[in-house]
Design a protein around this ligand. Structure first.
Ligand SMILES: Cc1ncc(C[n+]2csc(CCOP(=O)(O)OP(=O)(O)O)c2C)c(N)n1
Length: 559
């Protein structure tokens, strides 16, 4: 076997796994970067912070199903670890490489060094050190294997040397690549036949069943099978916020997102169901509005790839362990379509609940008010983002607005959301655009969300990452308004306002100054033109929408 450097080995392996971009703040694995440039076409996106590098890798991973790679030298390692938190919560396959301790110098107060490895423990599935150059091949393979297998998630490898200088050393190595682990899912475990039959029996007997589909359905690429089964058995579908793109909002069986950042009809339908079938969702606090929708004790079925998830939160009538796509295809092949007749009255009730939601919010969705209503921005996005768009939403109010008010129009559109971290969406949108340069990417964020990583506008310009970012600019984090009013005795005070308001800034101007396209929208009727112009420009773009500081998203209903 030939002697090669760790840098050559790593560059060849990343290329072999199909990696097209890596995201980092220099300087880490410098020789690997030089080898990447010589031996591969991988783009080396250097960012303005390690956290945003991790978010870009996360957006890349969620948009493509392929691991996203981010890196930091030792002093930036904890910033990178912080950025893995959302990927961990969202089950996104991000691989983080950091520089780290050298056996020759550790415990001697080396410049910039602390023991970073423990900080990665709570946010990774595999957290390990590469101390000897001969371990590059097996450790990198294991990193990919773990990131994409089972429930996907982040992985961390710390390379010896504050900048990972172990990559300069040589060993006899083969840069072996296992293509099976280059994307999610590497395996499609088949369910036990009996468990499929019992789940079907329970579903078919139900008079008011609902499916709650989660991120596991999108990870498995099982949206088509999900919709076909729902149609065959006449079962309405709610989704988690993470699973929103499993069914188009325009589909007659779609009732919307259920949970805390949700649509009223989603919560009402799930609360009224006599059976809830969870597919690819942990049925966690966010998706169930802290286990009130549905109430614990409802008859439930759960299908998941992770045995520990099945039955964790709701006692079950039936549980199925398996890949979502394979399981749903088997259910479809075996199901009794005639049982659908049993659910005619239920479907009528579901239709009424959905129509009631639309009537209740019609005025806001169509509002011509100035400053602009966020509901109208969501409605404009529902109508005007292209058929193959990837749409991202930040958390907080952005998640509430988009979870409740935005609709996908078809199966070729994708939706990704922050799993809780404010500021995730803007850099994640840039990562998504790197992963899918041919697809339009549109990110919805508040101004507080944009401020977090606004420096990455320069990164987007430098690498011409032509994602479009729509800013719900109310010069505040007004989702916090109600809470601070309560803290100040139930009324809004000037001192209370200090805690959630910001300077009024024209982000379109900031964007133009940095070299991106900036468009400011002050009237709702101008939004669609701005969106089309931004998408057509093929440049990074900010659409700064001046919105109503008094607009507060509706709170989730419990039934
Ligand atoms: C890392 C992180 N810190 C704090 C929060 C709490 N938080 C949620 S929403 C929000 C304000 C959001 O403001 P903005 O993005 O401008 O949207 P708006 O509420 O104005 O619509 C904050 C501070 C969070 N979700 N994540």
């Amino acid at each position: 076997m030939a002697k090669i450097t760790g840098a050559q080995c790593l560059a060849d392996m990343l290329a072999g796994y199909g990696v097209t971009h890596v995201f980092m703040v220099p300087a880490v694995l410098r020789r690997t970067f030089a080898e990447m440039e010589r031996r591969t076409k991988i783009k080396r996106i250097h960012t303005h912070g390690e956290k945003s590098a991790a978010y870009m890798a996360d957006g890349y991973a969620r948009a493509s199903g392929r691991p996203g790679i981010c890196m930091a030298q030792v002093i930036g390692a904890l910033n990178l670890a912080a950025g893995l938190r959302d990927a961990h919560l969202a089950h996104s396959p991000v691989i983080a490489f950091t520089g780290g301790r050298d056996a020759k110098t550790k415990f001697r107060k080396v410049y910039q060094e602390v023991d970073d490895v423990p900080a990665f423990e709570p946010v990774t599935k595999f957290n390990a050190t590469v101390d000897d150059v001969s371990r590059f091949p097996d450790m990198v393979r294991q990193a990919f294997r773990v990131a994409v297998s089972g429930t996907p998630g982040p992985v961390h490898l710390q390379f010896r040397g504050n900048e990972g200088q172990v990559d300069a050393e040589e060993a006899e190595m083969e840069p072996l690549v296992e293509e099976q682990f280059a994307r999610v899912p590497p395996f499609r475990p088949e369910p036990d036949a009996k468990s499929v039959q019992s789940a079907l029996a329970v579903l078919q007997a139900a008079e008011r069943p609902v499916i709650v589909a989660g991120g596991g359905v999108r990870a498995s690429g099982a949206a088509a099978e999900l919709v076909q089964l729902a149609e065959a058995l006449a079962i309405p579908v709610a989704t988690s916020l993470n699973g929103k793109d499993c069914i188009a909002g325009s589909h007659p069986l779609s009732v919307g997102v259920v949970g805390s950042y949700s649509r009223e009809s989603g919560n009402r339908v799930v609360a009224a169901a006599d059976l809830v079938c969870f597919i690819g969702t942990a049925a966690g606090g966010m998706t169930t509005h802290v286990w009130t929708v549905p109430k614990i004790g409802v008859a439930a079925v759960q299908i998941d790839i992770e045995p520990e998830t099945i039955g964790r939160n709701y006692p079950l009538k039936a549980g199925v362990l398996g890949d979502a796509k394979v399981t749903l295809a088997q259910m479809l092949a075996q199901c009794d379509r005639k049982s659908a007749a049993r659910r005619a009255a239920w479907l009528q009730q579901v239709k009424t609940l959905c129509a009631e939601w639309r009537e209740k919010y019609r005025a806001a969705l169509e509002s011509d008010a100035v400053p602009v209503r966020p509901e109208r921005v969501c409605a404009e996005l529902s109508r005007h983002v292209p058929d193959d768009a990837i749409v991202l939403a930040d958390t907080g109010h952005a998640g509430m607005w988009m979870g409740g008010m935005y609709d996908l129009r078809g199966a070729r559109q994708s939706f990704m959301r922050s799993a809780g971290h404010l500021g995730w969406a803007f850099p994640a949108g840039l990562g998504a655009k790197c992963a899918a340069p041919e697809r339009p990417v549109v990110t919805f964020t508040g101004d507080a969300g944009l401020w977090y990583h606004i420096g990455e506008l320069e990164t987007a310009v430098r690498w011409n990452i032509a994602a479009v970012t729509v800013v719900n600019n109310n010069a505040s984090g007004n989702q916090s308004k109600r809470g601070f009013d309560r803290a100040y005795g139930g009324e809004q005070t000037a001192k209370g306002r200090e805690l959630w308001t910001y300077t009024n800034v024209d982000f379109a101007r900031v964007a133009s100054d940095i070299g991106a396209l900036g468009i400011r929208v002050e009237r709702p009727g101008d939004f669609s033109k701005a969106l089309h112009e931004a998408l057509k420009s093929k440049r990074p773009a900010i659409i700064d929408v001046v919105t109503d500081i008094e607009a507060i998203a509706p709170a989730a209903v419990s039934g």
